[in-house]
Design a protein around this ligand. Structure first.
Ligand code: 5GP
Length: 193
C-alpha cells in the first residue's frame, strides 16, 4: 500500500534490534485518516462475506482493527495480555513471546466472544517472527473457530513469521512488507510483489 510505505519512509525510523518505530502515526500518535485507508484496503484484500469477527491483540492492534471493522461490519475482539497465570475456565489462553520486550506473557480471550461458529480475521500492527499471530491462532483453534486470514499493517519480510504462516496455508495480507532496514543509515526498502 503506497500511502503506508511513503509514510514509513517519511516519518518512521529504524532502531537497533530490527525495530521500526512508527510512533508518530501508527501506534502512539495515530493518523486516523491513514488508519481509515488501511481499513479500506483490508476490506479490498478480504472481500468475502463470511468473516464474523476481527481478532486482535492489545494495545496497538485495537485501533487498526476497530477502524477496519467499520468496513466489515463485524465486532472486534481483542486478546488481553495477562502477566499472571489465569486459572479462569471462561477464557482461552495462549503464551506469546514479546518481540519488543523480550519476555513471555499469556494472552486471554473470553469464551463468550469467540465460538466455534466464528470465521475470524486476525489483524495486527506488525508481523516479525509471528509469535503474536501464532498466539492469536491458538486462541482461534481453542475456540474451534475458523481462520479466514491474517491482515498486517507492516510485515518485516526479512523475519520468518510471514513465510512460516503462509507455508502453513494461512492467507496473510500485509499492507507494507519491509524487505530490509538499517539502523546505521536509516534506510528502509520494501518488497515488491
Ligand atoms: P512477532 O510476534 O511477529 O515476532 O512480533 C509482532 C509483535 O511485536 C507486534 O504485535 C508488535 O507489537 C511488535 N513488533 C515486532 N516488530 C516490531 C517493530 O519493528 N516495531 C514495532 N513498533 N513493533 C514491533
Amino acid at each position: 500500500m503506497k500511502l503506508l510505505e511513503e509514510r514509513i519512509l517519511r516519518d518512521g525510523y529504524v532502531k537497533e534490534g530490527n525495530v521500526l518505530k512508527v510512533d508518530s502515526f501508527l501506534n502512539h500518535q495515530i493518523d486516523i485518516e491513514l488508519y481509515n485507508e488501511m481499513g479500506r484496503e483490508f476490506r479490498r484484500l478480504f472481500p468475502g462475506d463470511t468473516i464474523t469477527k476481527i481478532l486482535t491483540i492489545e494495545v496497538s492492534g485495537i485501533g487498526i482493527a476497530c477502524v477496519a471493522a467499520q468496513y466489515f461490519h463485524v465486532p472486534v475482539v481483542f486478546a488481553r495480555k495477562s502477566h499472571s497465570i489465569n486459572l479462569d475456565d471462561d477464557v482461552y489462553t495462549a503464551r506469546v513471546q514479546s518481540y519488543t520486550h523480550k519476555r513471555e506473557y499469556d494472552i486471554i480471550v473470553s469464551r463468550r466472544y469467540l465460538t466455534g461458529e466464528d470465521n475470524v480475521l486476525i489483524i495486527d500492527d506488525f508481523l516479525a517472527n509471528g509469535c503474536a499471530v501464532n498466539g492469536l491462532l491458538e486462541l482461534v483453534r481453542g475456540a474451534g473457530a475458523t481462520v479466514e486470514g491474517v491482515g498486517i499493517a507492516i510485515e518485516k519480510g526479512f523475519q520468518e513469521g510471514g513465510r512460516l504462516l503462509r507455508g502453513s496455508g494461512i492467507r496473510v495480507e500485509s499492507l507494507a512488507v519491509v524487505e530490509s532496514m538499517d539502523a546505521a543509515t536509516g534506510a528502509v526498502t520494501f518488497r515488491r510483489t
